[in-house]
Design a protein around this ligand. Sequence first.
Ligand code: NI
Length: 254
Amino acid sequence: MIFDTHAHYDDERFDEDREELLLSLKDKGIGTVVNVGASVASTKKTFEIVKEHDFMYGAVGIHPEDVERLDESHMEWLKSLAADEKIVAIGEIGLDYYYDEPERDVQKKWFARQLDLAYELDMPIIIHSRDAAQDTLDIMKAEKAGEIGGVIHCFSYGTEMAREYLNMGFYLGIGGVVTFNNGRKLKEVVEYMPLDRIVLETDCPYLSPVPNRGKRNSSLNLPYVAEAISQIKGISPEEVIKITNQNARNLYRL
Ligand code: NI
């Protein structure tokens, strides 16, 4: 069965058919889904959704684009949610310099603070890092993220950076981009990295793989991602699904 390590089924784009879609996943070979919080509101909704579905787990955390109005009371709140058995990781957290805000210092502060939280709770982390490779790595090293462990979600850097994270013991999340014609850099990373560190992810509703690129994504598209990885690695899609499922269980300690 396929393990989707990163989904956002709380997103409003699933409002009209969320339950129907979630209930259809098992029959289509999707065994487990981790829904990932990104803001205060989406973390709240993530918690509600995963409590209702046996095959779902959740991650709680605040994405770099949403850290502007955080304060310490939010950290206490995340901590209380993380105590629930259905919550398996802290995330998604990190740095995103694609837009000019929030200010980099504010992003760095809350990234480091949430790494502290994960360390304190002994929970794996889900890292979001865009256009911020060196700062992400520097903060993670300073905060001993290698002792926490986790996944670099939607990995978007090259093999040099991949090596750094693999050496720290991290998994790399591979999704729809690996099927894109312009996804050569990611294909090189997949070729370079060992199979036992790959996990599948959708980041749905975003990043639908070819042939559904541009449409709303869901876990149902993951066979296309497994197929693309299988071609690069020269093994069957079934093996990719089996190995990445085990990797995901190790990652989230299930
Ligand atoms: Ni995400």
